[in-house]
Ligand binder design. Structure first.
Ligand SMILES: Cc1cc2nc3c(=O)[nH]c(=O)nc-3n(C[C@H](O)[C@H](O)[C@H](O)COP(=O)(O)O)c2cc1C
Length: 386
C-alpha cells in the first residue's frame, strides 16, 4: 500500500499533477466541491491568470550557493513562506483529514490554519502540531459559541486568530447545485454511480461515520441536517468592524482579517490594530467578478505602510507565484486547494508531496532569480507584463 501511494505521488511533478491524482480518487461531486468557484467562476480563473500580469526580473551574478526559504510571519519562525489555508471538513476528501494535514505542515515547518468547520476539534489540532497554528473564525449569532472557541484556542496555544470577513452567506456555487451537493446532499444518479466507482473513498465514508464540523458537535450539530439548520440560523450577517474589535479584544493575541481586497478596508484594519491582513477572495468561491488577490496586493501593501503584515491567498500553485507575491510585499502566501489535492491523492504523504513541490520550486526559482533569502526578494524583482 505504502509503495503504491509513493509511486502515485512520485509521478506528481507539480501541483497540477496532484490535482489530477485527486480527481482520479474522488467522486466528481466531491472533487467539484473542492474545485469550484462562484457563478461564472471568473474570479476563480483570475486567481491563476492574475499572476501572468507580472513578470520576474532575475538579478545576475548573485551568490546563490545557499538558498534559505525561512522567514517570520507575525513573529513565528517558519521554514517556508507558505501557509495552509483553512478549509472546512477535509475528512470528506480523505478520512484522516486534519490528522494528515497537521503533522505534514508541522514537519515542513509551516503554519497550519484550522477552520471553524474543521473535521477535528480545536484541541485535537493543537495536540497534533508542535508548529505554529492559527484558527479561523466564522461568526455565529450565539456569541457564547464564539467565546467558547476563542477560549479553547487560547488554552490550545494557537498563535493567531483569523476572522474570515467575506462570508455573510455562502457564495453561489453552481457546480454544487448541479451535483446536488447541497444541505442535505441529494446526489444525482451520476454522482452516486461515481461514488460506487471510488470504493476506497466510499468505504471510509461509510465506516468512519458522517463527516461533520467537530467544533460544533458540542453545540448540537450531530447530523448533516443539524448542520444545515445550525448554519442557516447561526451564521451572523450583521458582523461589523465593532464585532471584529470585540473578537480581537476578547482574544488578546495576534489577529488577522481574511478576505480583504480594498485598500481603504486594509487601512481601516490597520487603524483597528489588526496584526495581519489576508488578501483573499476565498479562492473565488464567494462574490464572483472581484479581482484576484495578486491584482490588488500592491495597493493593499501601500495602504498599510507596514502597519500590518500582508498574506496573499488565492491561486498560488507555483514557486514563481510565491516569489511574485513576496516581491509585491506579501510576507507569505496562503493556499487551500493544493493541500487538499495532496490529501485526497495520498493522505499525509500527499500533503507532504505538496509541501515538497512548493519548497523545491521556490528554492530553484529563488536561485534562478538571484535571491538567496526571502528578505532579498524586493519590488525590483517584478515588472508588469505589457
Ligand atoms: C474546499 C474548501 C473549503 C474551504 N473552507 C474554508 C473555511 O472553512 N474557512 C475559510 O475561511 N476559508 C475556506 N476556504 C477558502 C480557503 O481558506 C482559501 O481562501 C482558498 O482556498 C484560497 O484559494 P486557493 O484554493 O486557490 O489557494 C475553503 C476553500 C476550499 C477549496
Amino acid at each position: 500500500m505504502g509503495g503504491r501511494v509513493e509511486r502515485r505521488l512520485g509521478r506528481c511533478h507539480n501541483i497540477d499533477g496532484l490535482r489530477a491524482a485527486a480527481r482520479r480518487r474522488l467522486p466528481f461531486p466531491i472533487f467539484d466541491f473542492i474545485e469550484g468557484g462562484a457563478e461564472d467562476e471568473r474570479s476563480l480563473a483570475r486567481n491563476r491568470a492574475g499572476f501572468d500580469r507580472y513578470l520576474l526580473m532575475p538579478r545576475i551574478l548573485q551568490d546563490v550557493s545557499q538558498v534559505d526559504l525561512s522567514t517570520t510571519v507575525l513573529g513565528s519562525e517558519v521554514a517556508l513562506p507558505v501557509i495552509v489555508a483553512p478549509t472546512g471538513m477535509p475528512a470528506l476528501f480523505h478520512h484522516r483529514g486534519e490528522d494528515a494535514l497537521v503533522p505534514a505542515a508541522a514537519r515542513h515547518g509551516a503554519i497550519f490554519t484550522a477552520s471553524t468547520m474543521a473535521s477535528r476539534t480545536i484541541e485535537a489540532v493543537a495536540a497534533a502540531s508542535p508548529a505554529p497554528k492559527w484558527f479561523q473564525l466564522y461568526v455565529w449569532k450565539d456569541r457564547a459559541v464564539l467565546e467558547d472557541f476563542i477560549d479553547r484556542c487560547r488554552q490550545g496555544g494557537y498563535d493567531a486568530l483569523c476572522l474570515t470577513v467575506d462570508l455573510p452567506m455562502t457564495g453561489n456555487r453552481e457546480r454544487d447545485l448541479r451535483n446536488r451537493l447541497t444541505f442535505p446532499p441529494r446526489p444525482t444518479a451520476a454522482g452516486l454511480l461515481d461514488m460506487l466507482r471510488k470504493p476506497a473513498w466510499l468505504w471510509h465514508l461509510e465506516t468512519k461515520g458522517p463527516v461533520l464540523p467537530a467544533n460544533l458537535a458540542g453545540h448540537g450539530v450531530e447530523t448533516i441536517g443539524d448542520l444545515s439548520r445550525y448554519t442557516e440560523r447561526q451564521l451572523d450577517k450583521a458582523v461589523t468592524w465593532e464585532t471584529a474589535a470585540w473578537i480581537r479584544e476578547r482574544w488578546g493575541g495576534k489577529f488577522l482579517l481574511k478576505g480583504v481586497l480594498r485598500a481603504d478596508d486594509a487601512r481601516r484594519a490597520a487603524e483597528a490594530g489588526v496584526d495581519g491582513v489576508i488578501v483573499s477572495n476565498h479562492g473565488g468561491r464567494q462574490l464572483d467578478q472581484v479581482p484576484a488577490p495578486i491584482e490588488v496586493l500592491a495597493d493593499v501593501v501601500a495602504a498599510l505602510e507596514g502597519r500590518a503584515e500582508v498574506i496573499l491567498d488565492g491561486g498560488v500553485r507555483r514557486g514563481t507565484d510565491v516569489l511574485k507575491a513576496l516581491a509585491l510585499g506579501a510576507k507569505a502566501c496562503m493556499t487551500g486547494r493544493p493541500f487538499l489535492y495532496g490529501l485526497a491523492a495520498g493522505g499525509g504523504a500527499g500533503v507532504e508531496r505538496a509541501f515538497e513541490i512548493f519548497a523545491e520550486e521556490l528554492r530553484r526559482d529563488m536561485m534562478l532569480a538571484g535571491c538567496p533569502t526571502v528578505a532579498s526578494v524586493g519590488p525590483d524583482l517584478v515588472r508588469r507584463a505589457e
